[in-house]
Design a protein around this ligand. Sequence first.
Ligand code: ZN
Length: 339
Amino acid sequence: MFPTAIAGSLPKPSWLAETHKLWPKWKAEGDELRQAKADATLLWIKAQEDAGLDVVGDGEQSRQHFVHGFLEQVEGIDFEHKVEMGIRADRYKAMVPQVVGPLRLKGRVHEFEARLARAHTTRKLKFTMPGPMTIVDTVADHYYGDRVKMAFAFAELLNQEALALQADGVDIVQFDEPAFNVYMKEAADWGVRALERAAQGLRCTTAVHICYGYGIQANIDWKASLGEEWRQYEAVFPALAKSRIDQVSLECFHSHVPPHLMRLLEGKDVMVGVIDVASESIETPEQVADTIGEALQHVPKERLLPCTNCGLAPMDRAIALKKLEALAEGAALARRRYG
Ligand SMILES: [Zn+2]
């Protein structure tokens, strides 16, 4: 009961990349960088296991950013000439690569770190990739001229890599779609369909992570502007409930999401965010168990998976580690309370 997992990303050690940044520069290159990424991946797998998490991941140690890490292996994208673009409905500016031709995978994207992780843990292994709509929102288009068309082109590539990850022994393939909380109507109209295209033919567990973003200032300001009740999930959950995606993650602790919106996900496993990634204070096991208790009023216990609200990438490494422990300890307390 209550198997724990993180949303996906973890802080990179200071010997691998710049710390406390969303787009950190690597500290090495070539073979040395490859080895450093591998070392960081193993370090975090051990740390997740030691913390007591049931599902572990690579902590996204091999990618600079959760979207651009995938794009680096895609042909038809110009990384040499990045342009500044307002992303997530202009919430913040980012330097993004440009789509300049038909999209094709250059080869495998995550084979190295997926196989490495699989070889070094017997726990369930989750692997994350950006969802098609979020990719489309994090790249400049100079070729397709149509967001939906481009999203489905990316979905095909994601699907190729997802099927290969499944063959590598990954148990859960998760797509990250923070854009679903920004373009709610489009998410329901075509975002979920594009997501299903990305997950087509997978026999492993499939998941989607939808959040209010990393704990960076632009997101903290945005959340403050959303008012007393955050109802963004209301538009997309019904479409997800009808989809073939198995698990859906949402922000809960310290959010203004009305918990009853979880009822819209009937029939799905719900990854409930019980750890705040925008605060450096460490949740107590009681706080985590209380959040789980609140969610239990809307989600059956066999479908409730305690999780972090979002990735931990830009956080302090020592704090992230303590938050992993809080997640596991809180879930253990909830098992005693509600089991
Ligand atoms: Zn997130």
